[in-house]
Ligand binder design. Structure first.
Ligand SMILES: Cc1ncc(COP(=O)(O)O)c(C=O)c1O
Length: 375
């Protein structure tokens, strides 16, 4: 007899076998804030990505804001960003004192392509930087987009919140910002990191994430350390804790296996739903974070799935459709992304996580097929 599946959550964070012991190790050590575990996590994550430096932070949003601030652009400088992204990524541009300029997406890949970037630059004139978002794990070609924008790679900040995995490694830009939010590819609960090959950026971020102090508490309390510190430039409170970093180190060991499982799940969705729904295109090195489909009449299917106990979500409501951003951007800028407006009405994300069982996935597929038949 097969068990009936009564509900499938949209997201279910996985924790590696060593995560619990890692958390207890840190609690027992008596040092829970930024210290040796953060340093070890930074080294291990940098080696995993193949970059020179990683600076861990409290969130990807903070990582984006500080990476943008580090570019030292004039106040109000234009920064390209998709509107089809998470609101926090655009808020980071605003909080850095810069001006978001929206780039439309390509109908197939759901991310801006060279044509859209070049068209936006023609529309607004000079731009100073670009935030490139690897939506859902689509590995955007940084070099091609930078060329289309007329920017050097040192003016590109990657929003790699939907990495790591596949080809999303932060090696082609000035800074790549990762998220360790509860549902991400490397979940800790909360947290973020900047990956960079620029030693000056690494040094600045280390100080900026903790009030701009020249020495963090860990270094002040090390044997032979001193209470004395200076603040050369006023900073932020954006550090990660050792408790989080220790869990992150354990999670890092499992990321590749989790990606393999998600790749299999995505391939099955493709095989069983691809002839019924429009699927976004993929590229070599795709990291699996979201499984997105396009459905005309999305809201009805979303409601039916929810009623059947199948979790689902939408990534994302374009930021120019959100009240505060619409007011900030102004009416003209809100007209700049017709493809985004069209696709956003049809996007639906289905459950995709390593612990999704074959039976649960069958329940999702059956419910989608039944919903589509009724429509
Ligand atoms: C595309 C994108 N960018 C940035 C973020 C912000 O990440 P965090 O919650 O770590 O600040 C998210 C989080 O959902 C995201 O999806």
């Amino acid at each position: 007899m097969t068990a009936t599946i009564t509900g499938v959550p949209f997201a279910q964070p996985s924790y590696a076998p060593g995560a619990r012991e890692a958390a207890l190790r840190v609690i027992d050590s008596g040092w829970t804030t930024t210290g040796a575990e953060c340093a070890a996590f930074e080294e291990e994550f940098a080696a995993y990505l193949g970059v020179d430096h990683v600076v861990v932070m409290s969130s990807c949003t903070q990582a984006l804001e500080l990476s943008l601030r580090a570019l030292r652009l004039p106040p109000g400088a234009a920064v390209l960003t998709p509107s089809l992204t998470f609101c926090g990524a655009v808020a980071a541009i605003v909080h850095a004192g810069l001006r978001p300029v929206l780039v439309d997406v390509d109908e197939d890949s759901l991310v801006p392509d060279e044509r859209a970037v070049a068209a936006t630059v023609r529309r607004v004139g000079k731009v100073h930087a670009m935030v490139v978002c690897h939506l859902g794990g689509y590995p955007v070609d940084i070099n091609r987009l930078a060329g289309a924008a007329g920017l050097s790679r040192h003016r590109i900040v990657e929003d790699a919140a939907h990495g790591p995995g596949g080809g999303i490694n932060g090696r082609d830009s000035q800074a790549a910002c990762f998220s360790f939010y509860a549902t991400k590819n490397l979940p800790i609960g909360e947290g973020g990191a900047v990956a960079t090959c620029d030693p000056e950026l690494d040094a600045w971020l280390r100080s900026a994430r903790l009030h701009g102090m020249t020495k963090d508490a860990w270094r002040r309390y090390l044997p032979g350390g001193s209470w004395r510190y200076d603040v050369a430039s006023i900073g932020f409170k954006a550090n990660l804790t050792d408790l989080q970093a220790a869990i992150g180190r354990a999670q890092l060991q499992a990321v590749d296996a989790w990606q393999q499982r998600k790749t299999l799940l995505a391939a099955r969705y493709d095989a069983e739903l691809g002839h019924l729904l429009r699927l976004p295109s993929r590229s070599e090195g795709h990291a699996w974070h979201l499984y997105q489909v396009r459905v005309p009449g999305r809201d009805e299917l979303a409601r039916e799935l929810a009623a059947a106990g199948i979790g689902n979500s939408v990534h994302f409501i374009p930021v120019h459709q959100l009240t505060a951003f619409a007011a900030l951007l102004g009416a003209d800028e809100c007209q700049a992304c017709p493809v985004t407006d069209r696709v956003a009405d049809e996007l639906l994300s289905l459950p995709l996580y390593p612990s999704l069982s074959d039976g649960q996935q069958s329940a999702v597929i059956d419910a989608v097929v039944a919903g589509l038949r009724r429509s």
